[in-house]
Write a protein that binds this ligand. Sequence first.
Ligand code: CMP
Length: 202
Amino acid sequence: MKNNRPQEKTLVLIKPDGVQRSLIGEIIHRYERTGLKLVGLKFFTPSTKLVEQHYLMDKGWLEAVGNKSIASYKKRGKKLPFSDSKKCGLRILETLKKYLSAGPVVAMVWQGNEAVGIVRKITGGTEPLTSDVGTIRGDLTLDSIILADIDGRAVRNLIHASGSSEEANKEIKIWFKPSEIVKYRLVQEEVLYDVDLNGIME
Ligand code: CMP
């Protein structure tokens, strides 16, 4: 095939709510039909240690998630549980450890042109209430930050998808051994990526 440009990889987790809602097939179908290639797949219940490792890998994550939460409280005119973004992030981390280790998850690695951006577009924004119609989170579930806050739990949004290529490479190393990433060619890559698109006509 003429075109060997490097392709991106991204990590996707179908969280326990996605598995329990019998959405594994539907979710995989949405990513698969874009032309992205599935190169890693496993099904197991992650330990709280693995979940913590996953979210704390990015040094700025605690503050970023804390700030987003504080902003959402302020927007709603609600009293802040913590004014410190790190403390707020730590509280969310505890809820995430409980959420992701509550049952089996599907961990996947998808590969292709702009895989991170393509997956995030299909997945939709963090909060199902405000994520776009047509996205997985917008179409297939209904949680909101308000309800999650009231109940003191993580937002149940079916999926985790890496935020950038750099983040994806780090996350993939946490969830997969190098030997678990499968190197193979899909027939459709000839149509998606071949520069000349020849070999179709008899
Ligand atoms: P994910 O894409 O895995 O990244 C961080 C997760 O934290 C996010 O999906 C949600 O499940 C959860 N989350 C993000 N913001 C909040 C919040 N304000 N309150 C509770 N949970 C949150």
